[in-house]
Unconditional design. Structure first.
Length: 277
């Protein structure tokens, strides 16, 4: 058995759990326990820190990734992951040292306006086929009127039902939008209405993909990628040294349009809370 080390975010499960391979890609593979929406994502060190991520050396990741077709069992205990395959076994010591928990709150209006202004200058096209710039403008945002109408009527379930699962891919555009909206909601002291509406649709697998259910479930619990945590710091601190263009680019670089779609949700959420103040 090969004994290796890895880091993870602080949500690594503490209970003994059996896992199976859910999906594999060039730079990551996902594990599921078939009982809950949350997944584990194994990848090489240097990739973006995301909720549920486990980070191995490049060499160890490649070796395990290549052996997955012959996997026999995958188990976890507190701070350990065991992978058994036909040709080799691994005992992975997990160090839960990466931060993915949102710990800051209280959006500063001046910072929100800066982000909205920057978003209005980005012409890149989202997964909704609208440019990101349109989402920073209440007159051109395709979903703002619907969000505003049902938010005032306390019927956010209708908006969530319209968005969830909308679009193609492992994380449809509507789901990434909801993740961005949940992010703003958390920073703005989290309303139970939105989180409940999203939870109502991710507690089973009828409405969207397993990967989206994982990320939305984690967002409900305040777990976000490190690029988004940096945006949170920017929005909640009037005095900071962040380069806004760099912050935005780090989010945009995630996936094909996932980062853009998440930013669309963030801009829309900022417009919504600005509209009700």
């Amino acid at each position: 058995m090969k004994r290796i080390a890895a880091t993870s975010d602080q949500s690594f499960p503490r209970k003994a759990t059996d896992w199976v391979v859910h999906s594999t890609f060039d730079k990551t593979f996902n594990l599921t326990d078939l009982k809950q929406p949350k997944m584990l994502a194994l990848m090489a060190t240097g990739e973006k820190i995301v909720p549920g991520g486990i980070y191995l050396s490049q060499k160890d990741f490649r070796e395990i990734r290549q052996a997955l077709p012959k996997v026999e069992s995958i188990k976890s205990t507190e701070n350990q992951l065991f992978i058994e395959t036909v040709g080799a076994d691994w005992e992975i010591a997990i160090s839960p040292s990466e931060q993915t928990i949102l710990s800051v709150k209280g959006i500063k209006s001046v910072q929100a306006e800066k982000l909205l202004a920057a978003g209005q200058k980005i012409s890149a096209v989202t997964g909704f086929s609208y440019p990101l710039a349109s989402f920073g403008d209440p007159q051109n945002n395709p979903y703002f009127q619907m969000m505003q109408e049902f938010n005032q009527g306390n019927e956010l379930q209708k908006v969530v039902d319209y968005l969830i699962g909308r679009g193609r891919g492992l994380t449809p555009a509507g789901d990434d939008f909801l993740l961005g909206w949940l992010f703003v909601d958390w920073l703005n002291n989290q309303s139970t209405t939105l989180t409940k509406a999203v939870y109502n649709r991710v507690e089973n697998n009828q409405f969207t993909t397993d990967v989206s259910r994982n990320f939305l479930t984690r967002a409900i619990n305040g777990e976000f990628s490190q690029p988004l945590l940096a945006v949170a710091d920017f929005l909640t601190e009037t005095e900071n040294t962040y380069d806004l263009a760099e912050l935005i680019q780090a989010v945009v670089d995630y996936g094909s349009t996932s980062g853009l779609d998440t930013l669309a949700g963030i801009l829309s959420g900022l417009l919504l809370i600005r509209g009700v103040k």
